[in-house]
Design a protein around this ligand. Structure first.
Ligand code: M6R
Length: 692
């Protein structure tokens, strides 16, 4: 939810036009995190001497400029260029030092409107400006206090208290200290002490030109550093503190909610940790950290201490975040599943030799497998698509581990305060690794003493850091809001997890080896099922005007029914429901008539004959059926050629959900495009749901 971005150029001339482009491009890369309004702040003037080399003589009498606009990034871009022209600001004007900030919003407090867009300001002079991702839970109390001190608020956001509090603290410090200057970090450290909830923040101030402060608690934030004269290779010494120190080299700094907006500039990054306050100034970065900062529960903070951090190299290529030859990210991500699955499995499947059995190696888990095998229960916890992926993996986990497996939607577990014990293994599944409900459930399960395992696509994410051990999905960046390739990779990771947990049981060895063979062949099978693209487009053309679609599945493919329906509803904005076929006669059958389209998943597995019977019963009630079956089964599943059939390749039963979801992803994609909706940024949704 919400993307924040910052750009600082130090000791290198950048035209205003360039600065704007960097900020806009940063926002474009983050737009999938929120797209109902956006804004930026830049400086409006050169130092009085017009010398583009000295930042020290910058006139603090001029306030930073703020541009905000309801709507998507392109609406902001258009309005900024119009405003800049109206203000007669020269786009060619160069700044040797400059700090700009930007924000793309997914509304939580207050409707999408210019006044609620970020940067939020301390007041008319823009003395302090803030872009924020997260939610400040005690903002009402802070607002009341600030109102009592004469501040007036113009927005309904929780964020507005932050710049106003900064101004309040800055003014108080000046009153108390006279001419003694208070530093930007001192102001922000004091602000942070008063904030509760989750946040990633970037501060810009009229009083501290060319400086930015970044800090976070909960929500993600990264710093990218590019030294302009550095060796072209990104392999240079990361521990070399020169990248963060003031060494006189011209530098650019990029702050971003995620790596997508940084990788095109540099691969040298620092994943900012909770309670760190980073101060970018004069080409250097200083980091202060609270040991025990006020957190979600409001514990009192200790004194901050200065910390040294090394940069790391992003394992990501720019191509990953481009659409390539595809029209949409969702389309690209559906079609790249053979490759993403290959990456997910790389180095983890062991073929076995003449005397060695085939096996699975999950480096991040090997020291914990014994504990997991001894657990009283495995509890899968997630939301949305990640929950569905876990549900698809539940049967194989039960079968191979011999441990009872239960499922929890993260928010529901918290609502019920459901029982979690120290003998439990709790597995948290999340593409982003930052979903608030899943994170809260993780905190809850940790407090209850369970072994917490993470399965996430985002290295360095909160779930990756806060779990004891885990497995990265390695599906590559997923930018379409609708999760596709992460879903199939999650299922594969959980199948590998089941294989690893069950890896010491002789009685299941043949079964495990068959699954491993199936995993090796899976990318080819996905390639094959992707050939249904044109057929799914045709089906979408038939369904374009429908109001509703039901999807019936059971066993391994109950999850496919839920996930297929979720895809259709979230992007095509068509009502769609995934139904457990075993429940058909307990209610849903009443909906069946000759108009309502129903997809029945009836691929070969232990439930096949039951699904055949479901088809018969739906057919007897003149149901309008679309049956998904294994290749060669069309005639046997579809009585009298009375229904439309989707034939898919057959794989091991526990991997079949990976194959079966692909036609439904394609169907959802084509339905959306044909219905004229935005497929990558569906109405009201954001990629990372960082609020409860
Ligand atoms: O990042 P996560 O996997 O934790 O996200 C969970 C859900 O918000 C997410 O899967 C959501 O359901 C997707 N938009 C589905 O396509």
């Amino acid at each position: 939810m919400c993307g924040i971005f910052g750009y600082v150029n130090c000791g290198i001339c950048r035209e205003r036009r360039h600065i704007l482009q960097v900020l806009f491009n940063g926002l474009r890369r983050l737009e999938y995190r929120g797209y109902d309004s956006a804004g930026i702040s830049i400086d409006d003037c050169l130092p009085p001497s017009s010398s583009a080399t000295s930042s020290t003589s910058f006139s603090t009498s001029r306030s930073p400029l703020v541009f905000r606009q309801e709507g998507n990034i392109e609406s902001l871009v258009k309005s900024v260029y119009e405003d800049v022209a109206a203000m007669e600001l020269n786009l060619e004007e160069s700044f040797s030092d400059h700090a700009g900030i930007a924000h793309t919003r997914w509304a939580t407090h207050g409707e999408p409107a210019t006044r609620n867009s970020h940067p939020q300001t301390s007041g008319a002079e823009n003395e302090f400006l803030v872009v924020h991702n997260g939610v400040i839970t005690n903002y009402e109390v802070l607002k009341e206090t600030l109102v009592r001190h004469g501040f007036t608020f113009e927005s309904e956001t929780d964020t507005e208290v932050i710049p106003k509090l900064a101004k309040f603290i800055f003014d108080k410090a000046h009153e108390a200290e006279g001419d003694q200057p208070v530093t930007f970090s001192q102001v922000v450290l004091e602000v942070m002490k008063h904030l509760e909830g989750a946040c990633a923040l970037i501060f810009k101030s009229k009083h501290y030109p060319n400086e930015l402060i970044a800090c976070k608690r909960g929500s993600p934030l990264l710093l990218g550093v590019k030294e302009l004269n550095e060796d072209a290779s990104n392999e240079s010494t990361l521990n070399d503190s020169k990248f963060l120190s003031k060494n006189g080299q011209p530098k650019e700094f990029f702050l971003s909610s995620d790596a997508n907006a940084i990788v095109e500039h540099t691969k040298k990054v620092l994943v900012i940790e909770d309670n760190e306050v980073l101060h970018i100034k004069d080409g250097g970065v200083s980091i202060l950290k609270f040991d025990n900062a006020r957190g979600i529960h409001g514990a009192a903070p200790s004194r901050p201490s200065s910390v040294q951090r090394a940069l790391s190299i992003l394992e990501m290529e720019v191509e990953q975040i481009n659409k390539g030859n595809y029209e949409h990210y969702m389309q690209k991500e559906i079609h790249e599943q053979p490759e993403s699955l290959t990456t997910t499995m790389r180095g983890r499947l062991i073929r076995g030799g003449s005397s060695k059995a085939k096996s699975v190696l999950l480096g991040g888990l090997k020291d914990h497998l014994k504990t997991i095998r001894r657990s009283r229960r495995i509890v899968f916890i997630g939301c949305g698509t990640s929950y569905n992926a876990a549900l698809a993996s539940r049967p194989i986990m039960e079968e191979l581990s011999g441990v009872p497996v239960t499922m929890e939607v993260a928010s529901d577990l918290l609502d019920r305060q459901g029982p979690i014990y120290r003998e439990d293994t709790a597995i948290f599944v999340s593409q982003s690794g930052e979903t608030a409900d899943t994170l809260n459930a993780l905190e809850y399960a940790s407090e209850n003493g369970a072994l917490c395992v993470g399965i996430t696509n985002t290295v360095g994410s909160a779930i990756a850091r806060r779990t004891v051990c885990g497995v990265h999905i390695n599906a590559g960046a997923e930018i379409g809001v609708a999760s596709t390739k992460a879903y199939t990779s999650q299922i594969v990771v959980m199948a590998m997890l089941a294989l690893a947990i069950g890896g010491d049981t002789m009685s299941t060895q043949a079964r495990r080896e068959a699954i491993i063979d199936g995993l090796f062949d899976l990318p080819n099978k996905v390639r094959e099922v992707l050939k249904l693209d044109a057929e799914m487009k045709e089906l979408a053309e038939l369904l374009i005007a429908e109001q509703s679609l039901l999807v019936f599945g059971r066993g391994y493919n109950y999850a496919t029914a839920l996930e297929g329906a979720l895809k259709v509803k979230e992007v095509a904005l068509m009502h769609s429901e995934g139904i457990l076929a075993g429940e058909m006669k307990h209610g849903p059958l009443a909906l069946v008539d000759e108009n309502l389209p129903i997809v029945v998943i009836a691929t070969r597995d232990a439930c096949f004959s039951k699904q055949q019977s479901v088809i018969q019963q739906l057919h007897a009630r003149k149901g309008r059926l679309i049956v998904m079956c294994s290749k060669g089964d069309a005639a046997s599943v579809c009585p009298g050629n009375s229904c439309r059939v989707i034939e898919v390749p057959i794989v091991e039963d526990c991997l079949q959900p990976v194959i079966n979801i692909v036609p439904l992803q394609l169907l959802a994609y084509h339905l959306t495009v044909l219905r004229g909706y935005n497929v990558d940024q569906p109405r009201n949704l954001a990629k990372s749901v960082t609020t409860e």
